[in-house]
Each structure stands twice: as C-alpha cells, then as structure tokens.
Design a protein. Structure first.
Length: 408
C-alpha cells in the first residue's frame, strides 16, 4: 500500500511538473445570461469554452419540459431499462433519434462516452467469420478517447489511419485480409481541430472494401444539416453509415448519449452491451429535456446560421490581429499556443485580468507541442464580446512579445 501511495504522489508530481495538472474552476452556469457564468463571489465571467453550442441548456422550452417531467415523473428513473426503468419518454426519444438520422432504431445511453465505448466494444466482441478471424478496425488518428477505449477492449486488428487521409485509409484497407470483417470508425467534426471528415469518400471506400461504418457526430448533431442531424445529413450520405452516434450533452444542452442504426444492429447492442444493460436509465427529466431540445433543433436554421456567422467573425478577427488561429471550416476555433505552461498562462491571465474564461487544452487531449485554447462561439457570443476577447489577447501578445504567426 505504501508503494502505491508513493506511486500516486510521483505520478501527480510529474503531471504538475509538466504544467498539466488539472484544476477545476468553480463556475456557475446560469439558466439566463449565457455565455456569462458566475464565480463563487458572484462576479461575472465570459465563458468561451462550453459545448452548449447553441445555448439550448437555457432554452425556455427545454427547461419547461424538464421541470414538467420532474413534477409529474419525479427526478430519477429508479432502475435499469430492463426492469421498470423504460418510460414512454425513452421510447419516444429513441424513435425521434432514429427518424432524425434516417435509421430504423435508436438507443439511449447515459453519456456519449458510454455509447461509443459500449457500442464499439459490443460489435467487436463478435466473430462473424469464426474465432480465427478477428475484426480489422480502421480508426482515424484523431478519434475520441471513448471510441479508442471501445475499440481496444477486445483487441481487434487495429489500423490507425492518418487524420482524414483517404489515401492512407485505402492503403490500409487494401492491405488487410479481404475476408476479414472490417469496421471504419471516424468522427464528422473533430473536437480539438475543428476539421470535418470527407464522409462521402469514406463511405465509398467502405462500400468498396465491404466495411461496416461507425460515425461519431457528437460535435455535429444539432449544428449541421437541414434538420440538425449532422454532417452526414448535410452531405446527403446518412445511408452510407451503419451506426451514427451522438450526445445530448453538447448542442442539445443536457446530458446523455445515443446511437442510431438498423433494427438488427441496434437490437444486438441493446441485448449485449453491459454499459447499456447494467446501469440506471436516463432520468425522465433529461429525456424530456432532450426530446424538447431535439424538437427545437430540427428547425433551428437561424441559430445554426448565427453560430456559423459568429465563428467566422471570431476567426477573421483573430487572424487580422495576427493571432495563431487555426483556420477551420467548422464552428470550433482553436488558437494554437504550443507549450502547456504558456497555454495555461494565457488562460490564467485572461481569467484574472479580463474576466474571460478559456480552457487550455493540453496533452493527452492533444499532442505535446500542440497545446491550444479551444474557442466555441455560440449564437449568443456577440460581436462586442468577440472584440473584447480579441482585444485582450492582442494586448497580452504585445505585453509578453508572444509570436504573431499564421497557421496553415
Ligand atoms: C464529448 C465527446 C464524446 C462523449 O460525449 P459525452 O456525452 O460528453 O460523454 C464522444 N465523442 C466525442 C468526439 C466527444 O467530443
């Protein structure tokens, strides 16, 4: 036991030494006034690092639906789905999700993390061609930790292809045993880089090589496509992806995750995944809020357009000031700093001197040397707020003689 305690101490000291020890800042999110949060002393902070992308967490329709559910159904579901924890709300939400993504069936999980981990590990725990032929999984180099955990669980033959690199993906697909069961796993919008996957081309490769396709649309649901189903809907390629995964935690403004797919695939996961079976079902409060949020987002064209407009304005302003913004085609605006200490230093300075909260993103979320501030403007981040942020950064860059640079 003493050895283990020493080990923990050393491990934590090491993280501190690298400037990436995680300190949580207590900030109160408010039903009104987003994107301003409150410090414990009651003072306001302008937050640039929330994934409540469209401020749906504070939408009156969502709040009312959640409150009404709490008043009529109580706070919690009480037990797992299989026992007495399936409310008609859960069924309605799953039907809506299937419809949103053009699939037969939907399945709700307690988080997006669990949905990826449970769905992928359940698929890969099967041996469609017999025990001698494990799955070959083709996984984008920037895939989220939740997918990686699910993929690694049962040790398939794993091929990591370079981020969004179709040539590398095809090379790896072509080199694999043609008879082996294959799965391609990718995201649509990548959370730390803001890059968008070439979904149609990936779908075509999957068809050519007979691979199952698994798509994480966590940073795209609610935000892209005519009804907010994500990039696959926008690009007209929903049919090319066997399983689509999403979250209620980001653009929906609540919490929880889900998959959508064919009746057969979803039923198989529903019937086998421990992460689905052995856990208390989503509280009715959350399910009701998610259903309401989904309803609003289906036609939230103005919110989506305004979010894209604010992201563009922020990118343009940062770029005009010579600040190292990574130009992306999505709503995610990364400011590349490089160096954990410097990244945290910038964030601390903004918080203390400008009452602006920006989250430094360090290893292992991004590679060492690629530390960044990840900015996610919502429709409620006004031009004046953007000017305020860019002004503060510009002042700091001048004071500290930080490099002005163009990032490709
Ligand atoms: C946040 C995230 C998840 C997990 O979703 P939660 O609902 O927050 O658990 C999954 N995939 C990606 C790409 C994410 O960024």
């Amino acid at each position: 036991m003493k050895m283990f305690k020493d080990h923990c101490r050393q491990a934590l000291d090491s993280i501190r030494g690298q400037g990436r020890y995680r300190v949580f800042t207590p900030l109160q999110k408010r039903a009104e006034g987003f994107p301003y949060y409150l410090r414990p002393d009651g003072s306001r902070v302008l937050v640039w690092s929330a994934n409540d992308y469209l401020a749906m967490g504070g939408h009156p329709v969502v709040i009312e639906a959640a409150c009404e559910a709490a008043r009529t159904m109580g706070a919690g579901a009480g037990v797992t789905r299989n026992i007495s924890g399936t409310s008609p709300l859960h069924d309605a939400l799953e039907a809506e999700l299937a419809d949103l993504h053009g699939k037969d069936a939907g399945l709700i999980f307690t988080s997006g993390f669990v949905s990826n981990q449970a769905a992928l590990s359940t698929i890969l725990n099967s041996f469609p061609n017999g025990p001698d032929q494990p799955w070959h999984v083709f996984s984008d180099a920037k895939n989220h930790a939740s997918m990686i955990v699910g993929i690694n669980k049962h040790h398939p033959e794993k091929h990591i292809f370079a981020h969004n690199d179709l040539d590398d993906l095809e090379r790896k697909l072509a080199a694999a045993d043609p008879d082996a069961p294959k799965l391609i796993a990718c995201e649509s919008v990548y959370s730390m880089d803001g890059t968008v996957a070439p979904l149609r081309a990936i779908g075509e490769l999957a068809e050519k090589y007979g691979a199952l396709t698994y798509l994480d649309e966590v940073h795209a649901v609610g935000l892209y496509g005519p009804s907010g189903a994500g990039v696959a809907e926008r690009d007209g390629v929903l049919g090319m992806f066997d399983i689509v995964e999403g979250t209620f935690g980001k653009a929906f403004g609540l919490a929880g995750g889900y998959i959508a797919g064919s009746q057969l695939l979803v039923d198989n996961i529903r019937s086998h995944a421990p992460g689905f079976i052995f856990t208390t079902s989503m509280p009715p409060v959350v399910a009701a809020g998610a259903l309401a949020s989904l309803g609003v987002l289906k036609t939230a064209h103005d919110l989506r357009a305004r979010q894209q407009r604010q992201a563009r304005y922020l990118r343009d302003e940062l770029s005009a000031a010579g600040l190292p913004v990574i130009q992306t085609e999505s709503h995610i605006v990364p400011l590349l700093i490089g160096g954990a200490h410097c990244c945290k230093g910038v964030a601390d300075w903004l918080f203390e001197n400008a009452s602006i909260y920006v989250q430094p993103i360090n290893y292992p979320t991004v590679a060492v040397g690629e530390e960044r501030l990840r900015l996610t403007p919502s429709p409620l981040h006004t031009d004046a707020m953007i000017d305020e942020l860019v002004g503060a950064l510009d002042y700091l860059w001048q004071q500290q003689h930080l490099p002005r640079q163009k990032v490709a």
